[in-house]
Design a protein around this ligand. Structure first.
Ligand SMILES: Cc1cc2nc3c(=O)[nH]c(=O)nc-3n(C[C@H](O)[C@H](O)[C@H](O)COP(=O)(O)OP(=O)(O)OC[C@H]3O[C@@H](n4cnc5c(N)ncnc54)[C@H](O)[C@@H]3O)c2cc1C
Ligand code: SF4
Length: 334
């Protein structure tokens, strides 16, 4: 049995109190929301905080407001996100495919956005990692995926981030010295170790999602019942009749960060979703998917199917009936 190490547990009631504790404790403290990512990581000694600052008792992180944008508190569970009537489609589809029902009841939106990156050589217990002399991401000197690399290329595996990036979301980060709002795509860095631009003393409090976009999320994973994504394709379109006024395409699980495929978004603007336009956009999207050999399934195949998944997304937004394909792939008719 894997046991948790000892830690101090702090239970603030406000964001200001949580931020103050983080600032006072420094790098030995970490936030914990649902704990569905952090606690397994602590058991495997990936992350070794001495102090956990719980967000569970902070009721303001559970807020939902709805005006020209839908604002979700970072402490809402993924189940609450799935069930809320104003949740944009891509976000609902992404959240509904995270983990299992139990984990979605506990896991939060904020925790999902700040999820640790993953790798075959890292997501193992301590003894397994010790047997390979650890790796660059934790306790070692070598990256076993790219031995000449000085950078860890562990994979961003959050489902909701690509969906929210496509939707043009931004997040609010609060520390004891103030607050700032950043576009969600700027929260991420293409570095498997320092994968967030969030400062250690900042609490992600809120996710702001502009309205008026049609959106969809397609997830590749081995098992439909539950599995981390090995590719996520999210597309959001703003339509003027059948002409595309705005387009945002984001890829997940294809690098150490989820990212926008700007070229495809630009290309789609002003066009109608004909078969030729879809094929051209898919080629642009697939060319940006450069998966590494550090997660499930064959990397060449994962790269190949990026084109298909982009096509599913665009055809679904065109209005094609993709229910059968979605059910076959996602095992969910969401
Ligand atoms: C078996 C299994 C399968 C899973 N499958 C998937 C999957 O398919 N897709 C997927 O995306 N995830 C998956 N997960 C991971 C996890 O369950 C979810 O990502 C969940 O949403 C994490 O949220 P949490 O609240 O539990 O995060 P926690 O574990 O509490 O925290 C995760 C990280 O975020 C930080 N954090 C949490 N909240 C905040 C905040 N408000 N501000 C700043 N930092 C914060 C923590 O310090 C920690 O570093 C899976 C987990 C398990 C165990
Ligand atoms: S990509 Fe390399 S450094 Fe990063 S977790 Fe994997 S083996 Fe370790």
């Amino acid at each position: 049995m894997l046991r948790l190490p000892w830690f101090d547990y702090r239970a603030p009631r406000t964001v200001a109190e949580a931020a103050k504790i983080l600032a006072g404790e420094g790098p030995q403290a970490m936030l914990i929301a649902g704990g569905t990512d952090l606690l397994p990581n602590m058991k495997r000694r990936h992350q070794t905080p001495k102090v956990l600052v719980s967000l569970r008792g902070i009721s303001s992180l559970k807020g939902i407001s709805n005006g020209s944008a839908v604002n979700f508190g970072s402490g809402l569970s993924l189940t609450e996100i799935v069930q809320h009537g104003k949740t944009p489609v891509a976000l609902r589809q992404a959240a509904a495919q995270v983990a299992t029902p139990h984990l979605r009841n506990v896991g939060t939106l904020g925790g999902n956005l700040c999820l640790d990156t993953r790798c075959t050589y890292y997501n193992q217990n301590y003894e397994w990692r010790q047997a390979i002399d650890f790796c660059l991401k934790k306790d070692g000197d070598t990256c076993w995926v790219a031995t000449a690399s000085k950078r860890c290329v562990a994979v961003s595996s959050t489902d909701t981030a690509p969906a929210l990036i496509a939707l043009g979301a931004s997040v609010v980060l609060v520390s004891s010295s103030g607050s700032r709002e950043v576009k969600l795509e700027d929260l991420y860095r293409n570095d498997g170790i320092e994968y967030l631009s969030r400062k250690p003393d900042e609490v992600l409090t809120e996710v702001k999602i502009p309205s008026g976009w049609k959106s969809t999320y397609w997830k590749l994973r081995r098992r439909g019942s539950f599995d981390f994504p090995i590719l996520g394709v999210a597309v959001a379109l703003k339509m003027q009749g059948d002409v595309i006024e705005g387009a945002r395409v984001a890829l997940g699980a294809a690098a150490s960060r989820p990212f926008l495929v700007d070229k495809a978004g630009e290309y789609l603007k002003g066009k109608k979703l004909t078969d030729d336009v879809i094929a051209e956009a898919c080629a642009m999207i697939a060319s940006r998917a450069k998966p590494m050999d550090n997660t499930d399934m064959d990397l060449y195949w994962r790269k190949e199917v990026a084109d298909d998944f982009a096509g599913y997304a665009l055809r679904e937004l065109r209005g094609d009936d993709m229910r059968e394909t979605r059910l076959r792939i996602a095992r969910y008719a969401v």
